[in-house]
Ligand binder design. Structure first.
Ligand code: ADP
Ligand code: ASP
Ligand code: MG
Length: 815
């Protein structure tokens, strides 16, 4: 004898009911089968909605009723194109009496829990009858037996308690002589001793099946649903969740208590002592293994088995010095709530007894406040305790596992990974048996929190990075392409799953929560994108609230740099090739560094100096390992290198600068490069990263430009001066040539002072042979006092800059 239960989705359409029938048919070939069914998916909710509408004198209840009626007739006809009068007549009759009940509620304007139970019973009564008759029509030996005739409860409507003595006996008696192979029973519904219709609580069909399995002491209970077992966490919220193959009764109970809806929490109770395993299976994918819930000692010993969550939670806090050391406080509090049938989901009490914090369902919050404030009226009047505080908009998240007690550091990991992702924890509870660790967080953090914890405990080897890129010009475009190309490699070799979630240029932005398809992002940015502002890009990034989010600034825009603080405050890491923030006022630089630490959000800007060359990273490593920088000598401008490598007595300065611009080596305004400001910013950043407090004004800048060049107002004027002042520039070249030197634009940091200037570099000096747009940095430090550490290579260009950004993004991922 086998007991199977099929849930709402499993019996939610003719197509699915056919799947159910074929499963039953197969089982029926070898054994007698007892099958509990839910109402057609969504019908219980619709019945309650119609009831509420009728109670509120809202005529819309008729429309809702019509929907319920049509849904059933459609299913009956699809399942039984012929020979369907019997079923249709039964359904007609039932639906008529349902309609009369709704009209009654409409008339008297009242919907008591008792009437509500009567109302929802129609769902399971209809589904069980339709399914049983359809099976009979197919020539199988089947019968519907109404569970209301067998399950006897008290009169606690909407969540009645079972009288097991009578109920067990009823089942044993009935099945002793039931001749049919397949028995279909409605789940969820029952009757009180006085004969009133009752129900076992929402989701209660699972429980019905467990009651029967225990009464008949069968060898296995199967719960067939719409997912392939009990998952590591809610599969609707975490894509990477996967089915747990084996789990203990206690773990299953904890998970379901804390919101894993796949199993109604009381279900375990009747079968637990008898050791009857519960097998969770997927009707839509019957070949999937599913989950076995049992006492099997070979269950895996992983400390954390699953993570679950409950939404719509309110936190009640009762506080006051008058509570300390006075016995009976908690008792009164709990009794008050129990009298109101308010379910307490979690409790925390500080050992000082100064406050008690309770998690309850949000819908009960107002009522709870009224009754508790009433109960403690005297104490409140005497200022011994405060009126109760209620916070709403919260969720509970729970880590569950029998073996957590044998492992240290689980809660440490849990809270630090939540903290790193800016998930604020409002309250914490840990069961004394350590089978769960529970935290209360904001409702809108739930998806991020579940994904973060799932990654932490179940995908220990992989990490998902969610990237948001502003600026898709030359460099940005290369970056996106590199990410696209490397996706597979990153996943397989570094266990990093990198997704670009947001992209924007100065006009438009594109967001895809599951990651933008990078094969045709440009077309999407043209077609699907919405108008963008820097602030709206930030707001959208923030509202998606994804874990391991990284903002990438591929602009040279001050307004973008001004937003870093906002990103960091949301624990969103920032990667920038934009130099403005790190070369801005020292206070701002310091603030960003502080925010980065405070919110555990990395701020990386390797490409600010030398494009993709590992200059800042190397410097940071030197400092972190205790080295001290004595001096830095560097050639850091690809543009100025290009200019002075091509300028000589056969070329004209104007032509060379023009060419540098045309080939993309200078900024559109070449003065930014030629004035030395760009290089000054770079040496400033290196000085700051070496630990020195410095501002741009502190850097000595001996310009090589002519007087007129320095004073020019516009780019066009500036170019004019280059023509006029050719002699000035030729003189610089001639002097260098006479001294057998090369002209290089050098940045230097020495003894706490920094300067930038054009210098004549003699043969044999490491700078002398610098070619093309190469950069070179020499670090003289305590460990490298005479022979400097030298980093040299291409220091400009879209590809190397993009790869530098890419490396920073991966660094954030490894953080
Ligand atoms: P049924 O109607 O078959 O009883 P339910 O809707 O009551 O089905 O329960 C199945 C649903 O439970 C799944 O579709 C899924 O959305 C939800 N769920 C929440 N947490 C979990 C979990 N940890 N494992 C599996 N399903 C879960
Ligand atoms: N139909 C009931 C509900 O939706 C019982 C169940 O499906 O388990 O709550
Ligand atoms: Mg269910």
């Amino acid at each position: 004898m086998k007991v199977l239960k099929f849930g709402g989705t499993s019996v939610g359409s003719a197509k699915n009911i056919n799947k159910v029938i074929s499963i039953l048919e197969n089982y029926g070939k070898i054994d007698t089968v007892i099958c509990v069914v839910s109402a057609v998916g969504g019908i219980t909710d619709k019945l309650l909605l119609a009831g509420k509408q009728a109670q509120n004198k809202d005529q819309a209840f008729l429309e809702t009723f019509k929907g319920i009626q049509d849904r059933h007739f459609d299913i009956i006809k699809a399942l039984n194109p012929e020979n369907n009068e019997g079923i249709l007549n039964y359904a007609d009759e039932k639906l008529d009496s349902l309609k009369s009940l709704l009209e009654g509620i409409f008339l008297i304007n009242e919907l008591s829990p008792k009437t509500s139970d009567k109302l929802v019973s129609y769902g399971e009564l209809l589904s069980s009858f339709i399914i049983a008759e359809t099976i009979k029509n197919r020539g199988l030996s089947a019968e519907r037996k109404n569970s209301q005739e067998l399950i006897v409860t008290n009169s606690n409507f909407t969540k009645a308690e079972v009288d097991y003595n009578i109920t067990d006996k009823n089942f044993q008696d009935y099945f002793k002589s039931a001749p049919q192979t397949i028995t279909i029973l409605p789940g969820f519904i029952s009757k009180s001793k006085a004969g009133e219709q009752t129900t076992l609580g929402r989701g209660g069909s699972d429980f019905t099946a467990a009651i029967i399995a225990a009464a008949l002491k069968v060898s296995q209970l199967e719960i067939w649903t719409d997912v392939s077992g009990m998952y590591t966490t809610n599969p609707k919220l975490v894509k990477q969740a996967y089915p747990i193959d084996k789990i203990s009764y206690q773990e299953a109970m904890e998970l379901s208590h804390f919101g894993a809806k796949v199993l109604y929490p009381p279900t375990v109770q009747p079968v637990l002592n008898l050791g009857i395993p519960i097998h969770i299976k997927n009707t839509l994918e019957p070949e999937a293994e599913g989950t076995i819930i049992s006492n099997d000692k070979t269950n895996s010993v992983a400390p954390v088995k699953g993570i679950s969550n409950i939404s719509n939670i309110a936190l009640l806090t009762l506080e006051g010095s008058g509570m300390v050391g006075i016995p009976g406080f908690s008792k009164r509090l709990f009794e008050t709530l129990s009298q109101e049938k308010i379910n307490i989901i979690m409790i925390t009490q500080a050992s000082s007894e100064h406050s008690i914090c309770l998690g309850i369902e949000e819908k009960d919050a107002e009522n709870a406040k009224v009754v508790i404030d009433e109960e403690f009226e005297n104490e409140i009047a005497l200022n011994k305790i405060e009126p109760i505080i209620i916070e709403t908009g919260l969720s509970i998240i729970a880590l569950v596992g029998d073996n957590m007690k044998n492992h240290q550091g689980i809660s440490g990991k849990m809270f630090s990974s939540l903290g790193k992702n800016n998930v604020n924890v409002r309250a914490i509870a840990q069961g004394a048996s350590e089978k769960n660790i529970t935290a209360v967080i904001a409702e809108n953090d739930i998806k991020k929190a579940l994904n973060t914890l799932h990654e932490q405990f179940f995908e220990t080897n992989t990490k998902q990075l969610n990237v948001f890129i502003t600026g898709v010009g030359n460099v940005g475009e290369r970056l996106v392409e590199q990410i696209h190309q490397q996706k597979k490699f990153l996943k397989e070799n570094l266990k990093i799953k990198m997704r670009v979630i947001g992209l924007s240029n100065s006009r438009k932005m594109l967001f895809k929560e599951d990651g933008i398809d990078l094969t045709n992002w440009k077309a999407q940015l043209e077609k699907d994108a919405e108008p963008a502002t820097l602030q709206s890009f930030f707001e959208k990034t923030k509202s998606l609230n994804l874990r391991n989010s990284i903002f990438v600034d591929v602009t040279a825009n001050k307004d973008v740099a001004d937003l870093y603080a906002q990103y960091l405050r949301e624990s969103i890491g920032v990667v920038a090739c934009n130099k403005i923030a790190c070369s801005s006022d020292f206070e701002n630089y310091k603030l960003l560094k502080r925010l980065s630490l405070k919110y555990s959000a990395p701020l990386l800007f390797e490409t600010n100096v030398g494009a993709g060359l590992p200059i800042i990273d190397t410097l940071n490593n030197l400092i972190a390992s205790g080295d001290k920088v004595n001096s830095i000598q560097a050639v850091l401008s690809g543009s100025l290198n290009f200019v002075f490598n091509n300028f000589n007595d056969t070329t004209k300065f104007y032509d060379v600068v023009k060419q540098a611009g045309a080939e993309g080596y200078t900024e559109p305004d070449p003065r930014i490069d030629l004035s030395g400001v760009d290089v000054a910013r770079k040496i400033l950043i290196l000085a700051r990263e070496s630990g020195v407090e410095m501002n741009l004004e502190d850097i000595e800048n001996k310009s090589f430009l002519s007087e007129a060049g320095l004073k020019s107002d516009t780019v066009a004027d500036f170019y004019e001066t280059l023509i006029k002042d050719e002699d000035h520039y030729q003189a610089l070249y001639a002097s260098a040539k006479a001294n057998n030197c090369q002209l290089k634009y050098v940045a230097s940091f020495d003894n706490g002072k920094a300067s930038v200037s054009l210098q004549e570099i003699p043969e044999g000096h490491p700078f002398y042979n610098l070619e093309g747009s190469d950069n070179i940095v020499m670090f003289y430090t305590q460990r490298y006092p005479k022979q400097p550490m030298i980093i040299k290579g291409a220091g400009a260009g879209a590809d190397v800059t993009a790869s530098g950004l890419f490396a920073d993004i991966i660094r954030v991922g490894n953080n």
